[in-house]
Design a protein around this ligand. Structure first.
Ligand code: AMP
Ligand code: ZN
Ligand code: ZN
Length: 346
């Protein structure tokens, strides 16, 4: 751990925090070698194709992947049968073998070793299947696979925050067309997570209320289940952005039990189907905004996890980069109405 930067090039990953914005950047030479199957193939659209000759995530090609961490078995559980595989990333942004940083100064520029975990969740053995094509209980199983991996990483004392995310489509950052998501275990709490919690703390200190529990407006509600609400956030940064929020105040995503996972799986599937139908299969990302792993009990009242879905419909320009403010052409109330009314039966 050092707070000064070195001018000599390094082949190991490194995480640096900037002195002015306080942002973190992962420098990862291994990522440059990452192949992209978007370059040689068009995105998945042929439902009759059962696998792609070049895809290592397809069933039967397990030996072309980085090591498996665990699998959820399917069918009769026979040899080679699986429904979900959680594997190491062949081109990891962070390195599990690196020395974990001992401590990270709270302020100022700093750099720490690129220690961390970067895993891939292969959501289905079959190439043409998209996450929202899976039956509801299998979407739930994908969510439970995230939970299981978060629990494993939480036992590693040096992992401080786990980011679960999905990239779908080349312009949303995906390099592989086979349905998958990713999990990164970081050795520090990212500044944006601290800023989110500092903000909700300030609101809680002044009002005694949790910002996410307080979201009640019917105008921005798309749908709700027993345990979750899907909304377009009041000040959505992106057009047709969706948040899926637990209706009960819960800090940790990894508290999800089987019943709630199926409930969430159904709502996530529905929202992805609606986005796909309304916006013509747009590229999108989703991210789970969770609590840091070592959360003190005093933070619990204002820490409430949620899942954010962001269709990538535009590009980020100079105003957004310069000011951090975004221009959204669609009012959240209008987006919510459109999404409420998407008819999936036709
Ligand atoms: P994305 O770039 O969002 O599509 O995520 C796909 C991830 O899979 C990338 O981070 C790649 O580094 C990773 N990857 C590509 N090929 C393999 C492989 N054969 N085994 C494990 N991970 C891989
Ligand atoms: Zn495949
Ligand atoms: Zn809450």
């Amino acid at each position: 751990m050092s707070s000064s930067s070195s001018s000599s090039p390094s082949r190991s990953s490194e995480i640096r925090r900037d002195a002015v914005f306080g942002r973190c950047v992962v420098f990862s030479p291994a990522r440059a070698r990452r192949p992209s199957d978007f370059r040689s193939h068009s995105p998945v659209s042929n439902p009759n194709a059962s696998s792609k000759p070049s895809c290592p995530f397809c069933i039967g090609r397990e030996d072309e992947c980085a090591p498996e961490i665990f699998r959820i078995v399917g069918g009769d559980g026979g040899a080679g049968e699986w429904k979900i595989r959680v594997i190491e990333n062949l081109y990891p942004a962070l390195q599990r073998e690196a020395e974990p940083p001992k401590d990270v100064p709270e302020l100022g520029p700093c750099k720490v070793s690129g220690f961390g975990f970067h895993d891939v969740v292969i959501e289905t053995p079959y190439h043409p299947i998209r996450l929202w094509d899976l039956p509801v209980d299998e979407v739930g199983e994908v969510l439970l696979a995230y939970k299981e991996r978060i629990l494993q990483l939480s036992r590693h004392g040096s992992v401080k925050y786990v980011q679960v995310f999905k990239n779908h489509g080349a312009s949303a950052g995906a390099s592989m067309t086979h349905s998958h998501s990713q999990i990164i275990g970081l050795p520090l709490v990212p500044p944006s997570v601290s800023a989110r919690l500092n903000y909700t703390k300030e609101v809680f200190d002044r009002t005694g209320k949790c910002s996410l529990c307080e979201i009640q407006s019917k105008d921005i509600l798309i749908d709700e289940t027993d345990h979750f609400s899907a909304i377009v956030p009041f000040a959505a940064t992106y057009a047709f952005e969706i948040w899926i929020v637990p209706r009960e105040h819960i800090a940790d995503f990894h508290e999800l039990d089987h019943k709630k996972a199926v409930d969430l799986g159904g709502l996530l599937k529905l929202m992805l189907q609606k986005l796909s139908k309304q916006l013509n299969d747009p590229p999108f990302n989703f991210m789970i905004h969770a609590a840091p792993l070592e959360l003190s009990a005093t933070c619990l009242p204002y820490t409430h996890w949620f899942l954010q879905i962001v269709p990538q419909l535009g590009v980020i320009g100079g105003f957004e980069i310069g000011s951090g403010c975004f221009i959204n052409p669609v009012f959240p109330e209008d987006a919510a109405k459109v999404l409420r009314e998407v008819d999936l039966s036709t």
